[in-house]
Design a protein around this ligand. Structure first.
Ligand SMILES: *Cc1c(COP(=O)(O)O)cnc(C)c1O
Length: 355
């Protein structure tokens, strides 16, 4: 090993789902929204002046934090925006988890959490989910350096109630508790209502799923002003201009059309419920998802085999080769037409491998 190689930071990176680009594919592997963003985004796009790009963007991202503050009825000082919620979560880890005590998150959850913990050298423990994939509250009643809960959880899709979150918050008032609400718009209960009661709560959200803007990269956090100030101090310590001018303009525009947003979310929920029924009939079992995906396992055919067969047909779902979940497929909810094509192929594959 060369001398300089010894000093390279060794990390095991997060592996995002593949982004194939085939004309005839059905892409159900990265929980994107199958519908376009609200028409206001196209309007803002057309009004956008490339000439403005010669100037740096507003480092405070005022148009976006302001629009989000109005939307959630909080102050601008309670909102932090970043380049996707991945950026927001990473900033929160770096800002809040410095005690030397282990932070806690479930063994099965968003697989970026342990990657950031390793990168920032934050010790962590991962209490096991129950057999039914729900979180056991008591596991979070021990001394810790912070807590991260995705609710609904990924990749299970299961939601925990606000009462459940409050149990955890009550017992952990000396550390920051992050609730990652990437999927909350698809039927979860938001912890935003708990903010006035718990000054140590940080709620993180994204425009990538329910707002159909994965390609723009916008995420945000809502919390009390002291938490948001601390995150901004960290942000200004490595990159003042995280949000580019296009993201700011288009991101603020998407919040203008609440009716479109509700309609899109309702369509996805309806398709999800229909898909659950169809999957059941094909012999799949799954936790009762409140997200825009279903985490399903077949009683007879191995998930990996189904994954590979679907892939040959240009139908992409997500498969994690990890302990406890290696016989599950995470299937994003697409349009009704996409789901019909997926279900038809799935049936063919199951029939073919039938005994
Ligand atoms: C998708 C996802 C995110 C990250 O989304 P961004 O595109 O970075 O906003 C964060 N947490 C969970 C649980 C997710 O599934």
């Amino acid at each position: 090993m060369k001398e300089w190689e010894k000093n390279i930071r060794k990390v095991e990176p997060y592996v995002p789902g593949e982004q194939p680009n085939k004309p005839d594919m059905v892409k159900l592997n990265t929980n994107e929204n199958p519908y376009p963003p609200a028409p206001e985004v196209e309007r803002a796009w057309k009004q956008f002046s490339p000439d403005s790009l010669k100037l740096y963007p507003d480092p405070t991202a005022n148009v976006l934090t302001g629009a989000l503050a109005d939307y959630h009825k909080v102050t601008k000082e309670q909102v932090f925006v970043g380049v996707g919620s991945d950026d927001v979560l990473a900033t929160a880890f770096l800002t809040f988890f410095n005690s030397g005590r282990p932070i806690l998150f479930p063994d099965i959850t968003y697989s970026f959490y342990d990657v950031w913990a390793n990168l920032f050298q934050i010790p962590y423990r991962r209490p096991a989910l129950k057999e039914d994939f729900h979180i056991r509250a008591e596991d979070y009643f021990t001394e810790n350096g912070g807590i991260v809960i995705a609710n609904p959880n990924a990749p299970t899709g299961l939601m925990e109630s606000l009462d459940f979150l409050e149990q955890i918050l009550e017992k952990n008032q000396d550390v920051i508790v992050i609730v990652d609400e990437a999927y909350v718009d698809f039927g979860g209960e938001s912890a935003l209502s708990l903010l006035p009661k718990y000054e140590n709560l940080l709620v993180v959200r994204t425009f990538s799923k329910s707002r159909s803007l994965a390609g723009l990269r916008i995420g945000y956090a809502v919390g009390n002003e002291a938490l948001i100030k601390a995150m901004n101090d960290v942000k200004y310590s490595y990159n003042s201009y995280t949000m580019n001018r296009t993201s700011l303009a288009l991101g603020a525009a998407v919040l203008e059309n609440e009716a479109y947003f509700q309609e899109t979310v309702q369509k996805i929920i309806a398709t999800r419920e229909r898909t659950k029924k169809a999957l059941s009939e094909l012999g799949f079992t799954f936790p009762d998802s409140k997200a825009n995906f279903i985490f399903a396992s077949h009683k007879r055919v191995k998930a990996k085999d189904i994954f590979e067969e679907l892939r040959k047909e240009n139908i992409y779902v997500r498969y994690f080769e990890k302990p406890k979940i290696d016989n599950y497929l995470r299937i994003t909810i697409g349009t009704d037409r996409e789901m019909d094509r997926f279900l038809a192929k799935l049936k063919e594959i199951l029939d073919r491998t039938g005994i």
